[in-house]
Write a protein that binds this ligand. Structure first.
Ligand code: NAP
Length: 275
């Protein structure tokens, strides 16, 4: 990995998070390139990270051992078709962070027989606390899997799925998940403000409680239901609140929400994959 040249196609938010993470991990900046048509974007990554940047995708791809596709889903087909001849010649490992685009489609647009790892990061990657699932197409070697994993680990947790169809559920869970937690936190904050707590106090207590609960769960071997039981004394305040939430159908509501997101993810993948 340290000897590999990593080229980012697209130098936007996600590419910058990954660049920041990789440099913090000690990667040599001379091994990193960014291709982006925007002059401002190029100047920004050069100034902030000291990496080289070009407006030409194909020129940058010619140098790549690892090609990270970090453009918006709407333009990935056009970008991949432009890169196909260089990819066929150079044969880099292709790591896609493009949401909702299937690896079969990418492989086809890139000319076929390409080592593609498809990943699904989430927005907390922007603060190096992301949760990313990775899927490797058949033919991706062990060393290439490790390379893809170390790139995504630079911005948080990185876990493999063995079937690409799981990516739709991953999208519905961790991809869209930050919004679910924002909504829950928003609801709690509003409820506390409605009871008369000052906004700043309500906000900070909400956020720290969410962080603390997550940290406790990550550091514990116990099931979530057990952790919940431990803070729910019989006849106490938490039991009252949890009963209201359960009676209101919270569990069923989340199941339906995640199901709706997965279905939409499948639909979008089919639309994006059309030739
Ligand atoms: N942000 C997230 O948390 C997140 C989470 C999961 C997955 N993703 C995926 O990550 C990818 C990148 O997202 P992002 O948030 O980083 O988007 P972004 O900030 O818009 O970055 C995309 C970059 O690509 C540039 N670009 C446009 N056309 C290009 C071309 N033909 N060749 C090369 N670069 C080109 C854009 O320039 P202009 O701005 O000038 O168009 C922009 O700098 C998306 O596919 C998204 O689905 C993002």
């Amino acid at each position: 990995m340290t000897q590999s040249t990593i080229v980012f196609i697209g130098g936007g938010n996600m590419a910058r998070s990954l660049l920041g993470g990789l440099l913090a991990d000690g990667l040599d900046k001379t091994r990193l390139w960014v291709a982006d048509p925007g002059e401002d974007q190029r100047q920004a990554v050069q100034a902030r990270f000291g990496v080289r940047a070009t407006s030409s995708n194909t020129e940058a791809a010619r140098l790549a051992d690892i090609l990270v596709l970090a453009v918006k889903p709407q333009i990935i087909r056009e970008v991949a078709l432009e890169l196909a001849s260089v990819v066929q010649e150079r044969r880099p490992l292709v790591v896609s962070i493009v949401a909702g685009v299937r690896s079969d489609d990418l492989d086809r647009w890139l000319g076929g027989g390409v080592a593609v790892v498809r990943t699904m990061p989430n927005t907390p990657a922007l603060v190096q606390t992301g949760a990313t699932a990775l899927y490797a197409r058949p033919g991706v070697g062990q060393n290439q899997r490790s390379q893809a994993e170390s790139i995504m680990r630079a911005v948080g947790l990185a876990l493999w799925v063995e079937e690409e169809s799981m990516m739709d559920s991953v999208t519905a869970l961790s991809g869209s998940g930050p919004a679910y937690f924002f909504l829950v936190m928003e609801a709690l904050e509003r409820a506390a403000v409605a009871q008369g707590l000052p906004e700043t106090l309500a906000r900070l207590l909400t956020l720290q409680t969410a962080l603390g609960a997550s940290k406790m769960a990550l550091e514990s071997d116990e099931e979530l239901s057990m952790l919940r039981a431990r803070v729910t004394s019989r006849g106490g305040t938490t039991e009252e609140a949890v009963t209201v939430l359960e009676r209101g159908g919270l569990l069923e509501l989340f199941a339906a929400a995640v199901d709706a997101a997965r279905t939409r993810s499948e639909e979008l993948a089919s639309i994006l994959g059309e030739d």
